[in-house]
Design a protein around this ligand. Structure first.
Ligand SMILES: [Zn+2]
Ligand SMILES: [Zn+2]
Length: 413
């Protein structure tokens, strides 16, 4: 293969800064008209309009409002995937911003509007380098991240079936990258880690069934309430005794409900809990332990426990090389001081996990709290008052583009 020097990324941030006005305008339009779930017709139209005129092959997904756009570079090489999610949350907005949500009960409180706008910006940055780009970039605009499994649906619809390049040369997808904006970090900071970045998030509903009766004569009934209470406590003990502190899990019983009044013993008591883990093996082991503990305690009291597990998103696991790549690109583009290697995962969940189950790569966090404010006290993602510093989108656009360029054209080659 002919020698080609590594592509230049020195001016990426300057170029991203020139795109900021347009990017802010798009982000604010999306912010004003948030849409929920997997059906985002207005958002999709905005993205299509913004991509208009770029040299992309765009596929409109049918099962969701997802869009897959491929940029085919001027030189042979593999394909790299960049992902931006597009959906909002079902909640009111109280930021007081002039571009605040005009839709009752919907808000872009997780910053997916910024992800979408930044990915459009990155498509511009990369399109302007198309001739020298050795390979392809697959832009994944996905709906339904907030609990609707949009990424999984796009995978099922053939997102990764990109085939060969137009000239017939093979171009397998060899990496996948995503950014998530956060107010937990100062503007312009990138943070990631090897291995688990975010947790799995499953739920369990446990129905304890006893026998109803008069509250004055519990021995003639079978009271499910103390049984349920024992199960709640035993689950916390189980977590500390059965799960390694180095491969942790969290169970939080967020809801417990039983009964109607003080002098009636009800027939059932219901426990609802969320289960978080950062490895697939602990995730499965914790499910088994919950079943054993709940069954065992119920049976000990002559009651019965019925368990219903609902699997949520799997653990988001960064490939070691993918995380190292994101760190290296951040150091090159943003500098050492702006690059954080996280000591621990975050126990939230993310459906980019489905993509990272199929492809090596990494997700990274992008800080968006202005430098004169404290990230510790800033309203967090999912708050009705969260405000993201739009300046961070310069770094986000440059990072998206840099992740793709350095994946296809490594430094020092
Ligand atoms: Zn979210
Ligand atoms: Zn999110």
């Amino acid at each position: 293969m002919a020698y080609a020097p590594a592509m230049d990324v020195d001016t990426l941030r300057e170029e991203a800064r020139e795109l900021l006005d347009d990017t802010v305008a798009l982000r604010r339009r999306l912010h004003r008209w948030p849409e929920l779930g997997n059906d985002l017709p207005v958002t999709r139209e905005q993205v299509l309009e913004s991509l208009d005129g770029l040299p992309l092959t765009v596929t409109r997904h049918e099962t969701t409002s997802g869009l897959a756009a491929v940029l085919d570079g001027g030189r042979p090489g593999p394909t790299v995937l960049l992902r931006g999610d597009m959906d909002a949350l079902p909640m009111p907005e109280d930021t007081g911003e002039p571009f605040a949500s005009a839709v009752d009960g919907a808000m872009h409180a997780c910053g997916h509007d910024a992800h979408t706008a930044m990915l459009v910006g990155a498509a511009r940055l990369l399109s302007s380098r198309r001739a020298e780009l050795p390979g392809r970039v697959l832009f994944m605009f996905q709906p339904g991240e907030e609990g609707h499994g949009g990424a999984d649906l796009m995978l099922a619809e053939g997102l990764l079936d990109v085939g060969d390049r137009a000239d017939g040369s093979s171009s397998p997808i060899t990496g996948a990258y995503a950014l998530h904006i956060t107010t937990m970090l100062p503007t312009g900071t990138i943070a990631t880690r090897r291995g688990p970045l975010m947790a799995s998030a499953d739920t369990v509903t446990i129905v304890v069934t006893g026998r109803g009766g008069h509250a004055s004569a519990p021995h003639q009934a079978l009271d499910p309430i103390p049984v349920a209470c024992e199960i709640v406590l035993a689950l916390q003990t189980m977590i500390t005794r059965r799960v390694s502190v180095f491969d942790p899990a969290v169970i939080t019983v967020g809801r417990i409900s039983a009964g109607t009044t003080n002098n009636v013993i009800p027939e059932t008591a219901t426990i609802e809990a969320t289960i978080r883990a950062v490895s697939a093996s602990t995730r499965r082991a914790v499910h088994d332990s919950i079943r054993r503990v709940a069954d065992g305690i119920a049976v000990a009291h002559g009651a019965a426990a019925e368990l219903l597990f609902t699997d949520g998103y799997p653990v988001t696991v960064n490939a070691d090389a993918g995380a190292d790549h994101a760190v290296a690109v951040s150091r090159e583009l943003l500098g050492e001081a702006q690059t954080v290697v996280m000591p621990n995962p975050i126990m939230g969940a993310e459906d980019f996990s489905y993509v990272l189950e199929r492809l090596p790569g990494a997700m990274s966090f992008l800080g968006a709290t202005p430098l004169d404010r404290d990230p510790l006290t800033a309203a967090p993602n999912h708050s009705n008052r969260v405000v993201f510093d739009e300046q961070a989108m310069v770094d986000g656009m440059a990072m998206y583009a840099g992740l793709a360029i350095r994946h296809l054209s490594p430094a020092g080659r």
